[in-house]
Design a protein around this ligand. Structure first.
Ligand code: ADP
Length: 297
């Protein structure tokens, strides 16, 4: 197991309880942490990369205790934060060289080789002379991954990487992460975008209001939602009624009527046919059914 988290809590100085008794084992490979905005994902990521201390709990990263061995933990970790920025004065290759120096690569020759190889790997070699701040959104993310990878870490933590990318860049970036995860590393991908997880991760956890509500594979989550998605045809009045009672996840106009998809254990009083769930449906189901179990103190 690459990372083990035990009884982790984070209470911010203003009293906000952002992480509540998290217990999680993260295996090698690509792991998705999915949750809505405000769930506590960034808080957990910042604790995992030893940038912030938890209020209580233990974390073991490849045999190192995150509280007592911060330096060692940082050495085996690469981090691509959500708000990654480049200094305007650096060209692409200069920036990567700078990141390599920061991570302790002191030999100039070796560093140059490592930088060139990494630029090739993330598909930025041809733009190495460009200023990093002038790259497209997708290229910036790839340079971000390159700086997180340059010292050969065992764990890479990527926080909300596809936000703001267009669909093509998003797919390219996901594919790059998958390629990286084939190199015997753990990638923790934190996101509120279901598609980021479904297309790349074999293991995942769902975080909501600071608590874990699901751990397993995306397929497991899908299985548990089977028989909970319904398709039905309704008029305006019925649509309003249903929308008040259940989460409606798709609405297609059909003449004067609507064809809608609804996530619920059962639909009372309507003629609804079961519909095969996708991960988006499963996510909505879990959010709806687990939200009210918790208090947000
Ligand atoms: P996510 O990354 O899932 O959007 P965050 O970890 O950023 O969630 O935030 C989790 C909760 O903690 C949110 O309600 C947020 O407002 C709160 N929070 C984040 N940072 C602080 C802080 N420094 N002080 C107090 N509350 C915070």
């Amino acid at each position: 197991m690459s990372i083990t988290i035990k009884n982790l809590n984070k209470i911010y100085p203003n009293g906000h309880h952002a992480l509540k008794d998290i217990n999680l084992v993260i295996p090698p490979g690509m792991f998705g942490l999915l949750g809505p905005n405000g769930a506590g994902k960034s808080t957990l990521m910042r604790i995992l990369v030893a940038l912030m201390e938890p209020t209580s709990g233990e974390i073991d990263v490849y045999g190192y205790d995150i509280l007592k061995q911060r330096k060692e933990v940082r050495r085996v970790l690469g981090y691509l934060p959500q708000d990654f920025r480049f200094f305007a004065k650096y060209k692409v290759y200069e920036f990567l060289d700078y990141a390599a120096r920061l991570s302790g690569m002191n030999n100039t020759r070796q560093r140059k080789d490592a930088v060139d190889k990494m630029l090739e790997e993330v598909g930025l070699f041809d733009v190495r002379e460009r200023y990093a701040s002038k790259l497209s959104g997708g290229m910036k993310r790839r340079l971000g991954i390159a700086q997180a990878l340059i010292h050969n870490p065992k764990v890479i933590i990527v926080d909300e990487p596809t936000t703001g990318l267009d669909p093509e860049e998003r797919i390219r970036f996901r594919n790059l992460l998958s390629e990286v995860s084939a190199h015997d590393v753990t990638i923790i991908l934190s996101t509120h975008i279901v598609g980021d997880i479904s297309s790349t991760c074999k293991d995942m956890a769902l975080l909501n209001k600071g608590q874990i509500s699901f751990v397993g594979s995306p397929e497991d989550m899908l299985k548990m939602t089977e028989g909970k998605v319904w398709r039905l045809r309704v008029n305006n009045e019925q649509y309003r009624d249903i929308n008040e009672k259940y989460p409606v996840i798709s609405t297609i106009p059909m003449g004067l009527d609507w064809e809608i998809q609804v996530v619920a254990d059962q639909i009372e009083g309507y003629d609804a046919e079961p519909f095969p769930p996708n991960l988006e449906h499963a996510y909505v189901y879990y959010m709806e059914h687990h939200l009210d179990l918790w208090t947000n103190d």
